[in-house]
Design a protein around this ligand. Structure first.
Ligand SMILES: C[S@@+](CC[C@H](N)C(=O)[O-])C[C@H]1O[C@@H](n2cnc3c(N)ncnc32)[C@H](O)[C@@H]1O
Length: 200
């Protein structure tokens, strides 16, 4: 199963994933965290947290943060660093807690049904809560990424256009508040509940 292969792939990467990210992924953590625009007391969920590339950054800034990831080894690494984490798919994950902010960076491309995943994240938002997502956009730079996962994991990852992800976001009653491009590959946007469409 492709999802099992993705889990096994990230299990193997878990030990060195933060240093790998810092060296090769060229993701500007500061830019993403600035876009989130957190308040000091916000309870944050890092959905598809890996071993804590963002989670730890947020934790070290003093935020209350929890991670969830489908890879047991990633969660094990996160917990070693003293951050709370749960092994689960972001589609199936359930919690009684509501979060002020949910970050989901570099994960939605692996999920079979992106709408279901976003709906589940939305379900876990506190009143006034926000979601920040980062997804790869169609571009010459994304072609090696697609082929890499196709060859290594036999998984066709989703690559988005702004229009496609925008439509999907609106179709589940969310709206884009602010967006930025990260490393000319990832489209990162902060989402809030679209009160108008949720009233209809
Ligand atoms: C590219 S890494 C990104 C990790 C982290 N968000 C970051 O930016 O460093 C993708 C992560 O998504 C996780 N993942 C993939 N599919 C998932 C799913 N359905 N539910 C939860 N996590 C998933 C993988 O295990 C992996 O840790």
């Amino acid at each position: 199963m492709p999802q099992d292969r993705i889990t096994a792939y990230y299990d193997k990467k878990a030990k060195n994933y933060i240093s790998f990210s810092e060296k090769y992924r060229n993701v500007d953590r500061t830019q993403v965290i600035e876009l989130m625009d957190l308040k000091s007391n916000d309870l944050v969920l890092d959905a598809g947290c890996g071993s804590g590339f963002f989670t730890l950054g947020l934790y070290n800034m003093g935020h209350k943060v929890k991670g969830v990831d489908i890879s047991p080894e990633m969660i094990k690494e996160l917990k070693k660093k003293g951050v709370d984490g749960l092994i689960s798919s972001i589609v199936a994950f359930r919690s009684d807690k509501k979060y002020d902010h949910i970050l989901c960076y570099g994960v939605l491309e692996f999920v079979d049904d992106v709408s279901l995943a976003l709906e589940n994240l939305k379900r876990h938002l506190a009143i006034g809560g926000k979601i920040t997502i980062g997804v790869p956009l169609v571009s010459p730079k994304s072609i090696p990424y697609v082929f890499y996962h196709l060859i290594v994991n036999r998984k066709l990852v989703h690559i988005f256009t702004k229009r496609k992800i925008g439509r999907l976001i609106n179709s589940i009653g969310l709206r884009v508040e602010k967006d930025v491009m990260i490393n000319a590959l990832d489209y990162c946007c902060r989402l809030s509940i679209d009160l108008q469409s949720n009233l209809n």
